[in-house]
Ligand binder design. Structure first.
Ligand code: PBG
Length: 329
């Protein structure tokens, strides 16, 4: 064979696992994951969610056990969603001091004072019509919804939430919530804003889990058009100015370019929500024997981190240690 002068031989650093790990640029750590948890108001300890294998609606008591399991897996941050018994057109159970989230917050903090407790601050689960705001005929009203979000955020903070996560995509929601929290003595309660949230079909399984499917129309008048990128930057910069502490992008995997673009423009930590559809897709394919679940999930989460997410909210958080291990095998 003729001697060939190949200058660059990247394969030298792929020779074995030790050298591969030595030069690995993106590493997943459970410290940067938030696990979503669904809590319903009934007595039933756990209700299966058919569209999300391995995920349940828990009673408050059963949720405490689940949190213990998460802690044993080094997940110390949770994002809780409430499924109330009663829904109406003012989302009254979202800001009731005896609402499901408020009761859950108190119990969770009593048992786990150190857990980082994030509350989803949205109204769709509490509204009879399933929209994220006050409805007048077919319109979702912006400013009247802000009043309810303020009341909800204050009652969540008062019952123990460390972080408020408004997800309704109402204009001005971050400044409205920030000022309400401050006026009520909750200056130290942080805000993760769902700043860049697309109108996505990947939320399908969540809507079964949270019982929050809109009863008419869709969410396109408040959630973003998947075709837009500059609008994502505008949304993120607006929320940064309004006082958000962390900027979230959602969904994650189909929007890696958006994570990268937003990360470049804001000076706040960036979170990505690896949503229900992204989880269920991998579950379904692996149940069919088409994908290796652990390896595919590991790869998906790594790509989200590599794109620029500092924090990942994922239904796979509970399995992260297992995923990391499967990659080593
Ligand atoms: C509430 C909310 C949704 C999700 C998080 N908060 C659903 C929606 O906007 O329809 C989706 C999360 C997921 O799919 O995992 N507005």
């Amino acid at each position: 064979m003729q001697s060939i002068n190949i200058k660059s031989r990247p394969r030298r650093l792929r020779k074995n696992e030790i050298v591969r790990n030595l030069v690995q640029e993106t590493i997943l750590s459970p410290a940067q994951f938030i696990a979503p948890v669904f809590i319903h108001e009934g007595k039933e300890p756990e209700i299966k969610i058919n569209s999300m294998p391995g995920i349940f609606q828990f009673s408050i008591d059963r949720a405490l056990k689940h949190i213990e399991e998460l802690k044993n897996n080094r997940i110390n941050s949770i994002l809780i969603f409430g499924i109330p018994n009663e829904k109406d057109n003012e989302a009254s159970s979202a800001w009731d001091e005896n609402g499901i989230i408020q009761k859950a917050n108190k119990k969770i903090k009593e048992h786990f004072p150190d857990i980082l407790l994030v509350n989803d601050t949205c109204l769709c689960e509490y509204m009879a019509h399933g929209h994220c705001g006050i409805v007048l005929e077919k319109d979702i009203l912006n400013d009247p919804t802000l009043d309810i979000l303020q009341k909800t955020a204050v009652s969540q903070a008062a019952s123990g939430a460390d972080i408020i996560a408004p997800s309704g995509m109402m204009d001005g929601m971050v400044s409205a919530i920030r000022s309400a929290l401050d006026q009520n003595g909750f200056q130290d309660t942080a805000i993760i804003s769902y700043a860049v949230k697309y109108a996505s079909s990947f939320y399908g399984p969540f809507r079964e889990a949270a019982e929050s499917t809109p009863q008419f129309g869709d969410r396109k008048s408040y959630q973003m058009n998947p075709g837009n990128k500059k609008e994502a930057i505008r949304e993120a910069l607006t929320d940064e100015k309004e006082g958000a502490d962390i900027i979230m992008i959602k969904p994650a995997m189909p929007y890696l370019d958006i994570i990268l673009a937003v990360k470049d423009k804001v000076n706040l930590p960036v979170a990505a929500y690896n949503v229900s559809g992204e989880y269920s897709m991998i579950k379904a394919a692996s149940q069919n024997g088409w994908l290796d679940e652990n390896k595919a999930a590991y790869e998906m989460l790594t790509s989200i981190k590599r794109a620029g997410a500092d924090i990942i909210i994922s239904y796979f958080a509970k399995d992260l240690l297992k995923l990391l291990k499967s990659f080593e095998d």
